[in-house]
Design a protein around this ligand. Structure first.
Ligand code: AMP
Ligand code: ZN
Ligand code: FE
Ligand code: FE
Length: 285
């Protein structure tokens, strides 16, 4: 039995609908999947319902962009309560930041005489958490770039002319947000960011796990993070980070996480919810 705990859909910058992501999971014979759209949990209810009908276990999730000592880190929040008002209010703030950032990127493009309209990006994104991939796709759709890679290379990559830095919460804040929503916080694709030096501080802030298996991790990279997980007593997760067909061939199925890691994740979450540390003395009447 295998799982894929890192998937994006149309609710952020993936291309799959809920039906498509579940159909693909079924095609790959996955026993469990987690949805980890950027800054939103909107897809969790529809995908969860479809998974139930398909006999696939569903794990709620989201991917948050955070910062630790000046470095960008992505944090996956798993097994969160996707209806918690506080979580939803916080995510909405990040969605507004993303929408504003799209407008700023478009303004920069316009100043370079690249005539893209923000409304075209929003129409194409058609979601609350638009991002750079949507700007890239809109540039292609408008005939202003040949393909999304070209859009990133010319305009959207960090320090390129249309790049706008994104406001980020601290890793400690992201971890706290996930914990308060009943979930576990996992450092995403550490092999991409390569900021191992921040891991001890994140562990100190309550980090629960680390994504050792990822499409872009080589076997030695996965081994390296498995050792780190062992050293810091972190949970091990893995996923394809599939964005559908937005970046060439879909990568779902390329990372198959053995189901025992899902069991450990669930056990740790259950432990956490009943742990005495979470017990709060009721206020005096
Ligand atoms: P954003 O959250 O708006 O900063 O966009 C991040 C998304 O853009 C992630 O899903 C990345 O996979 C994608 N991305 C970042 N850099 C590149 C790049 N150079 N080429 C293609 N996609 C990229
Ligand atoms: Zn993405
Ligand atoms: Fe990421
Ligand atoms: Fe991702």
């Amino acid at each position: 039995m295998f799982a894929d705990l890192h998937l994006h859909t149309r609710f952020s910058d993936g291309t799959y609908s809920p039906e498509e992501v579940v159909a693909q999971a079924q095609r790959h014979g996955l026993a469990a999947i987690a949805l980890t759209d950027h800054d939103t949990v909107e897809g969790c209810d529809p995908v969860g319902r479809l998974c139930e009908n398909a006999g696939i276990e569903f794990i709620t999730g989201t991917e948050l962009t955070a910062e630790q000592a000046g470095n960008e880190v992505h944090l996956l929040g798993y097994l969160i309560d996707v209806h918690q008002p506080r979580l939803l209010a916080e995510l909405e703030k990040f969605q507004v930041v993303r929408q504003q950032r799209i407008r700023e990127m478009v303004e920069r493009l316009n100043r370079m005489n690249v005539p893209l309209e923000a409304e075209r990006v929003f129409a194409l994104a058609n979601c609350k958490a638009p991002g750079r991939p949507h700007v890239a796709r809109a540039l292609v759709a408008a005939g202003l770039c040949g393909d999304p890679d070209e859009a990133f290379e010319r305009f959207l990559k960090k320090n390129r002319p249309a790049w706008v830095p994104k406001f980020k919460m601290s890793a400690a804040e992201a971890i706290k947000l996930v914990h308060e929503a009943g979930g576990l916080a996992v450092m995403a694709h550490p092999g991409l960011n390569r900021v191992d030096q921040v891991i001890p501080d994140m562990v100190e802030a309550g980090l629960d796990g680390i994504e050792c298996f990822h499409t872009k991790h080589s076997a030695p990279t996965s081994e390296h993070y498995l050792e780190i997980a062992e050293r810091f007593d972190l949970l091990v997760t893995g996923g394809s980070d599939c964005h559908g067909s937005s970046k060439g061939a879909p990568v779902m199925g390329t990372v198959k996480l053995p189901y025992r890691f899902v069991e450990k994740l669930k056990a740790r979450a259950a432990e956490r919810r009943t742990a005495p540390a979470n017990y709060k003395v009721p206020a005096n009447p």
